[in-house]
Design a protein around this ligand. Structure first.
Ligand code: ADP
Length: 347
């Protein structure tokens, strides 16, 4: 459906996007996720025709659109700043987009009504954008982008700037609309929760290049490299060197021997290990199991459905564990952390 092939963009000497290739299939919601400055917007704007690539090709429905102007690409866009015209009503804003795409006036009225229904705002057509909440403005912006039935919808940080509760609500809402309409969508965000909760697939970008492309589950459970492991989700990191003991692979850092999953890992290799907080159990007594280490509780953040506990080991390293509900421990307690070998990510 959308094919980005070897996309490269230089601004002077600065390489903003570096030989990036990916595909988005019909009806998929794919997220471009990465830190600020990694090249997300440049990629999106190249697809929209707002930025001219230095090298590479963009294909939409098998057609090479690399040299076509934006208005010839049948792409719908919605931005973080909604870019609605403040002096026009909601209806006029949506109609304006349709006129730009050559729709006739009869058709326009029907399409405006349909798109306002789609975003659950049938009674807001005569309001000006300034009279609407942030979330409502985003919905109008989406209605405008969808009204002319684009081949692909490009969303650039549409939820940034909304408060947490509204943001979570809008995620579910956007997902529902996207599935309902079945529109192929490329979603740009620096927010991993947006990406993990909404996407069919995620493209993790850093320095203008893809670090990993995969389902949310895959990039969380099996990150391809330390950048992805550290950017997506929280974890406790141990660095060390692999040795083999009794047929098991073990990593030694200065003070600990950590047993690894049963897979062939070469000896004498320096590795970084990552353990997710939900895989670490907190005990008040030792059980003499493998991968059990003692430490002191440094902080407890109760998050309602779980608590996030920071524990400092004797060697100064800190670990992060999640417990269910409110744990029966306090700051300063000595505790024992334990994690199964098969939950250790080795990179
Ligand atoms: P992101 O959307 O991930 O924050 P951008 O695509 O906006 O990243 O930017 C990637 C890099 O390109 C950054 O270093 C940014 O400063 C630079 N950049 C973006 N737009 C321009 C421009 N018009 N002129 C010069 N440099 C730019």
């Amino acid at each position: 459906m959308l094919e980005v092939e070897n996309l490269t963009k230089y601004y002077g000497d600065l390489c903003a996007v570096n030989d990036l290739s990916f595909r988005v299939e019909e009806g998929e919601l794919v997220t471009l996720l990465g830190p600020s400055g990694c090249g997300k917007s440049t990629t999106l704007h190249s697809i929209a025709g707002l930025v001219e690539p230095t090298e590479g090709h963009i294909r939409l429905r098998e057609k090479d659109v690399t040299d076509l102007p934006p208005e010839k690409r049948n792409i719908g866009m919605a931005f973080q700043s909604t870019a609605l015209f403040p002096h026009m009503t909601v209806r006029e804003n949506i109609a304006y987009g349709l006129q730009m795409h050559g729709n006739t006036s009869d058709d326009i009225e029907t399409r405006v009504d349909e798109s306002l229904d789609l975003v659950d705002m049938p009674d807001h057509g005569d309001h000006k954008p300034g009279e609407l909440s942030g979330g409502q403005q985003q919905r109008v912006s989406l209605a405008r982008a969808l009204a002319y039935e684009p081949d692909i919808l490009l969303l650039d940080e549409p939820l940034t700037g909304l408060d947490r509760v509204l943001r979570e609500e809008m995620r579910g809402w956007l997902n529902r609309i996207q599935r309902e309409v079945g529109v192929t969508t490329l979603y740009v965000t620096h927010d991993q929760e947006d990406a993990l909760s909404m996407s069919d697939r995620v493209i993790v970008l850093d320095d203008g290049h893809d670090q990993q492309i995969g389902s949310p589950e895959r990039i969380y459970e099996s990150p391809a490299n330390p950048f992805v492991a550290e950017f997506i989700g929280k974890s406790t990191q141990f660095d060390g060197t692999v040795t083999h003991e009794d047929g098991r692979a073990v990593v030694y850092n200065d003070s600990k021997a950590i047993t690894l999953p049963d897979s062939a890992i070469e000896g004498d290799k320096s590795v970084s290990l990552y353990v997710r907080p939900e895989d670490i159990k907190v005990h008040s007594e030792p059980t003499d199991s493998e991968n059990e280490f003692s430490g002191t509780v440094r902080s407890i953040a109760n998050l309602g459905n779980r608590a996030e506990i920071t524990v400092e080991f004797e060697d100064g390293l800190t670990a992060l564990a999640h417990t269910t509900r409110f744990p029966d421990i306090t700051v300063g307690d000595k505790v024992f952390l334990r994690f199964p070998a098969d939950r250790v990510i080795v990179l």
